[in-house]
Design a protein around this ligand. Structure first.
Ligand SMILES: CSCC[C@@H](NC(=O)CCC(=O)O)C(=O)O
Ligand SMILES: [Mg+2]
Length: 368
């Protein structure tokens, strides 16, 4: 497969409602898409970096810059341009895993489309649909939260995840338990908002039968997470800390986590995501697929990953309508709490040209 060029495209997708976390509030998803054109097929990748650097050091403008100045030229110099060749070709560039993931996914998508194979099959998926959870932001009040959770449960979501931060943690969890009972699958995500000194306070979440508590501390503080894990019966899950199979191995060895949230964009792509899956399965560590408010392109690819056997917990790949009035692909619609895994070649979906044009703010063609 010969690469002839790469398109970088920025799109602006308004959210159906503000999404508040411990590091800020999103109202518009500013997305960088990567399209590679080859002699055999075209492929798409979605960069999960956000406009700001609150979740990770990467941000959308920076991802576009590092792709244009370093990653795409490095790929152009590589002799091979199939999916597995991308990460080695980009290895001289440190970090920038989200930008690298978008490029690798686009190349993988083109390669698989050309060969008529689905990403799901390529990765080793064993299911054709996956159970879906939903992430619920920090709300202005407990009644507002309960209304939103009630709606998601009515829609059929298999699991509720509550964003928490100091001052919004025990009370919302208690309210959800009191209103909806102990059988609802419930977990929380702090996005690093707490300090190790907060451990005794976080232990007050233990009586609520949570599936897990996600990333309470700084992403570099594996030892603090190991200390909390020793205090709680609630499993500790890591998200921002897990940037590769190496860091996953270290976190497991240090007992810093009992569950891993895998996000292909955060770890540099779907092939590394599969390596983390395989590592976790070998250690008996359950995994689930996290989300970064992806469009249908990223959502489709995440569903392929979430269908692997070690993904035993509902993930954050929710229906398109959770975030967008109109997706850039055919919408993903929840059906009895599940989403179907795309079975077509590559990621299995294509953007609708008219929708894509309607949300495009900028596009750049880089000939190779
Ligand atoms: C804007 S928050 C993005 C990161 C966050 N993602 C979610 O909460 C799920 C978002 C989604 O449904 O895609 C996480 O830390 O897990
Ligand atoms: Mg998280």
């Amino acid at each position: 497969m010969t690469l002839s060029g790469v398109e970088l495209r920025r799109i602006s997708m308004p959210l159906v409602a503000p999404f508040r976390t411990s590091f800020g509030t999103e109202t518009v998803r500013d997305v960088l898409l990567v399209r590679v054109v080859t002699d055999a097929a075209e492929g798409w990748g979605e960069c999960v970096a956000m406009s700001g650097a609150g979740y990770s050091p990467e941000y959308t403008d920076g991802a576009a810059d590092v792709l244009r100045r370093f990653l795409i030229p490095a790929l152009a110099r590589a002799r091979r341009s199939d999916g597995p060749a991308v990460a080695p070709a980009l290895s001289a560039v440190k970090g920038h895993r989200m930008a690298k993931a978008a490029l690798e996914t686009a190349v993988l998508d083109a390669e698989l489309r050309a060969e008529g194979r689905s990403l799901a099959r390529e990765l080793g998926a064993t299911r054709d649909r996956v159970a879906c959870g939903v992430s619920v932001g920090i709300m202005d009040s407990i009644p507002a939260l309960l209304d939103v959770v009630a709606d998601y449960l009515d829609e059929g979501y298999a699991r509720i995840k509550l964003k928490i931060e100091p001052g919004w943690d025990v009370a919302p969890v208690r309210a959800v338990r009191e209103r909806f009972g102990d059988d609802v699958l419930l977990q929380v995500d702090a996005n690093t908002a707490y300090s190790p000194a907060d451990a005794p306070h976080l232990a007050r979440l233990d009586p609520f039968g949570l599936l897990l508590i996600e990333q309470p501390f700084d992403e570099e503080d594996l030892l603090a997470h190991a200390g909390l894990a020793g205090m709680l019966t609630t499993p500790v899950c890591l998200d921002e800390s897990i940037t590769s199979a190496r860091t996953a191995a270290a976190a497991i060895r240090l007992s810093a986590c009992a569950v891993v949230n895998i996000k292909p964009g955060r770890v540099g792509g779907f092939l590394e995501a599969r390596r983390i899956h395989d590592l976790c399965v070998s250690h008996g560590v359950p995994v689930w697929c996290g989300g970064m408010l992806e469009t249908g392109l990223g959502r489709a690819a995440n569903l392929a990953l979430a269908a692997l056997p070690g993904f035993t917990l509902p993930g954050d790949t929710s229906a398109s309508g959770r975030y967008f009035d109109a997706d850039i692909t055919a919408p993903f619609v929840l059906r009895d709490g599940h989403l179907d895994v795309p079975a077509g070649p590559g990621i299995g979906v294509m953007p609708d040209p008219a929708r894509l044009d309607a949300v495009t703010t900028w596009t750049e063609w880089i000939a190779l």
